[in-house]
Ligand binder design. Structure first.
Ligand SMILES: NC(=O)C1=CN([C@@H]2O[C@H](COP(=O)(O)OP(=O)(O)OC[C@H]3O[C@@H](n4cnc5c(N)ncnc54)[C@H](O)[C@@H]3O)[C@@H](O)[C@H]2O)C=CC1
Ligand SMILES: O=C(O)[C@@H]1CCC=N1
Length: 272
């Protein structure tokens, strides 16, 4: 039995706990800390998982999953650093935070794995990228991969790529939602009721995603198959190119990557 404690049970913490339960983990193997009592009560009631104090979490859990906002990491590290016994595995879900931040603050030799998941974890469709820190061994990465495989897909990446990954798949769902929202607005403009437009677009998004993943097609070939000579699609695509949508997406993802780097640097300055 591997005891897992989630430190900070917000959106990602809840998604992980709920996903692990759905995947068959026993509630007794799981616990969480949460600074807001009402939130803690609600989660304990919904999932039947124990809400514990930080001191109990660091003693009892084999794996500590840090799921607070990057801006909240310092007080959390101040709290756990004096209490955490050696030999624990620390898994950080925090955007931008390098493994070395934890390694400097926690007992010498603590194994740290940095993960960038995304919110589709709630429906078992997460994309999580994992990277081991200086003391993470193959068995630590295998364990994290096993845990996260129960809530989606897992890729191993060098830690140097984590800021880029954060921008691509961590933030990625938000960009798809933004596109869906804009396409629904277009439906409204064209006189389609909102709920009908939403059905049309969401199913189109699901179908397109299934073709990308299961059909094994290249996005360019899939798009060409939709684009008939002198047809409707090419008229729309010309507008997208005219408005620089491709460049806008590339710039957006680059800006998200830069912000991830910045989040990490803020803590490095404190540490050096
Ligand atoms: N929301 C997203 O799409 C993604 C978020 N992440 C990362 O996951 C982490 C969590 O993000 P969210 O779940 O969105 O944030 P959130 O704000 O929903 O959850 C954070 C939770 O931690 C609690 N908390 C803060 N400090 C605490 C402490 N010292 N002790 C106990 N509880 C504490 C807060 O009360 C809150 O419930 C962040 O570091 C973020 O970068 C990673 C990938 C995707
Ligand atoms: O916006 C954020 O900072 C977090 C990390 C990736 C997705 N959401």
């Amino acid at each position: 039995m591997t005891n897992i404690a989630v430190l900070g049970a917000g959106k990602m913490g809840e998604a992980l706990l709920s996903g692990l339960l759905k995947a068959g983990r026993a509630p007794a193997e799981l616990m969480f800390t949460e600074r807001f009592p009402t939130r803690a009560e609600e989660l304990a009631k919904t999932y039947g998982i124990e809400h514990v104090e930080v001191a109990a979490a660091v003693q009892r859990a084999d794996v500590l999953v840090v799921a607070v906002k990057p801006q909240d990491i310092e007080p959390l590290l101040d709290e756990i650093a004096p209490k955490i016994p050696g030999g624990k595995l620390v898994v950080s879900l925090c955007a931008g935070l390098p493994t070395k931040l934890y390694e400097r603050r926690l007992p010498e030799g603590t194994a740290v794995v940095r993960v960038m998941p995304n919110t589709p974890m709630l429906v078992g469709e997460a994309m999580s990228a994992i990277s081991g820190g200086a003391h993470a061994e193959a068995h630590h990465l295998d364990l994290v991969e096993e845990l996260l495989s129960s809530v989606g897909k897992v890729a191993r990446v060098p830690e140097g790529q984590q800021d880029a990954v954060t921008a691509l798949s961590g933030s990625g769902p938000a960009y798809f939602y933004f596109l869906v929202e804009a396409m629904i607005d277009a439906g409204i403009l064209l006189g389609i009721p909102r709920d009908k437009a939403a059905d049309l677009i969401v199913q189109s998004a699901v179908g397109a995603a299934a073709m990308l993943r299961e059909g094994g097609g290249h996005p360019v070939m899939l798009r060409e198959a939709v684009t008939s000579p002198a047809g409707t699609t090419i008229s729309g695509l010309r507008e997208l190119e005219k408005h620089g949508v491709r460049a806008a997406l590339i710039d957006a993802i680059e800006a998200a990557r830069d912000r991830s780097v910045e989040l990490g640097k803020a803590h490095e300055i404190d540490e050096d």
